[in-house]
Design a protein around this ligand. Structure first.
Ligand code: DC
Length: 235
């Protein structure tokens, strides 16, 4: 398998595929997207981090994330920048490294709220496309296959049982040093999901040509292997 994967990676780098991965929170998107990108020697783009960084700026400025007009007025005053180094992205808001501040429950909730504001999505669209212009990228989010990279070479839509997603997200938060009950994480996830799926612009939805993977009972390695097989067939 080892040398097969290597030669697959080499050919794909030459062709510069874009792999789009969408799905709800806690489904394992980030973990598998990161691993897939590293196996392929591709860039890993976490678009949620861009929404989170914008949400961080909204909170920092004292605005209510639900204040669409206020948030829209804030956007032109911000500069958002993602720097990649050996597969790790650092996110800067107006020159300040905010990478370590993006995973708190407060930022998560605010990111979901501001992501329903059309001005925010329109503002982040060219930023995402610009990062993806060179291809050779695994991009992860909610609307990669439908809106940001509609002509992506491969599209995946990940799903998993809501209880399992809540357990995974809770474990992640605890590992990162945040406290809080599983029930709280579960409730947060449910309300975020409902908002993400029901918003009018670019809602969380599978592209018509997306491949579904239910990750409920699969290991991370199994998911990545399934994806790798699909990507390899695109050569
Ligand atoms: O993937 P994440 O949990 O880091 O995303 C944070 C929020 O950003 C999520 O609730 C929805 C929003 N988001 C989005 O609307 N579109 C994307 N492509 C990525 C994230």
């Amino acid at each position: 398998m080892g040398h097969d994967v290597e030669s697959v990676a080499e050919k794909q780098r030459a062709r510069g595929l874009i792999v789009a991965i969408d799905g709800p929170a806690g489904v394992g998107k980030s973990t598998v997207a990161k691993l897939l990108a590293s196996r392929l020697g591709y860039l890993y783009l976490d678009t949620g981090a861009l929404y989170r960084a914008t949400a961080w700026a909204v909170i920092e400025s004292g605005l209510d994330p639900a204040d669409a007009k206020g948030v829209e007025a804030l956007l032109p005053t911000l500069s958002l920048h993602m720097q990649f180094h050996q597969g790790v992205a650092t996110v800067f808001v107006s020159g300040r490294d905010v990478s370590g501040d993006l995973r708190t429950p407060e930022v998560s909730a605010a990111a979901s709220v501001i992501s329903a504001i059309s001005a925010v999505r329109a503002w982040l669209l060219p930023i995402q496309r610009q990062i993806g212009q060179g291809g050779s990228m695994v991009a992860e989010g909610r609307d990669m296959g439908t809106t940001v990279f509609p002509s992506a070479d491969v599209k995946f839509f990940l799903e998993a049982d809501p209880t399992i997603r809540a357990q995974r997200r809770h474990r992640e938060l605890v590992t990162a040093g945040h406290s809080g009950a599983l029930e709280e994480t579960s409730a947060d996830l449910t309300s975020r999901d409902t908002r993400d799926r029901s918003r009018s612009i670019a809602p969380l939805a599978p592209a018509e040509d997306a491949r579904f993977i239910d990750t409920s009972t699969l290991s991370i390695a199994e998911v990545v292997d399934q994806m790798m097989a699909v990507v390899a067939a695109k050569l």
